[in-house]
Design a protein around this ligand. Structure first.
Ligand code: MN3
Length: 199
């Protein structure tokens, strides 16, 4: 088993009431575990079984065509959730500080304007996917979204923050109200971790 499900830094119920315990348990124990197992199964016995996940995802086109789908979907799911759990914290919320806040203000005008733009991108992602804050080559930050488990890493972008907008991330608590989930998720965003990802 090359890729392992990471230990969570908090309990399933630690993000209540914003992310409910049952959603966390299923999301981690079924969805993330599933991506991990399927990724391992796809790579087992191939020359890529011990290639770092970042390397696999940033060079999808150079992989054998028989592996590209599994790495894109299950490798993307494995990697995106690795980051997502760290981007959340029971001690999260509030506003980013320092350099990250400066970059956000420079790009969007204010933190509130950034949140509105981010929520718009997340709402505009039709079906399953993610909304992202990424850092560009020139150091500036930008918002984008991806479908399914596609990750900005595969487009050469450096991820700072990602929010899962698959229904499995919110449906048990919020039903179809993705907008409400997005408004509440800010309460548990771990800005210290997001800031630590700046290059
Ligand atoms: Mn998910």
């Amino acid at each position: 088993m090359t890729f392992e499900l990471p230990k969570l830094d908090y309990e399933f119920d630690a993000l209540e009431p914003y992310v409910d315990a049952l959603t966390m348990e299923i999301h981690y124990s079924k969805h993330h575990a599933g991506y991990t197992a399927k990724l391992n199964a796809a790579l087992e016995g191939t020359e890529h079984a011990s290639t770092p996940i970042e390397e696999l995802l940033s060079s999808l086109d150079s992989l054998p065509s028989s592996l590209q789908g599994a790495v894109r979907n299950n490798g993307g799911g494995y990697y995106n959730h690795l980051l997502f759990w760290k981007m959340l914290s029971p001690k999260g919320g509030g506003e980013p500080q320092g350099v990250l806040l400066e970059k956000i203000t420079a790009a969007f005008g204010s933190f509130d304007a950034f949140k509105a733009d981010f929520e718009k991108a997340a709402m505009g992602q039709f079906g399953s996917g993610w909304a992202w804050l990424v850092q560009e080559e020139d150091g500036s930050v930008a918002i984008c979204s991806t479908a399914n488990q596609d990750t900005p890493l595969s487009e050469g972008k450096h991820v700072l923050l990602g929010v899962d907008v698959w229904e499995h991330a919110y449906y048990k608590k919020y039903g179809p109200a993705r907008a409400e989930y997005l408004q509440q998720i800010w309460n548990v965003i771990n800005w210290d971790y997001v800031s630590s990802r700046l290059r």
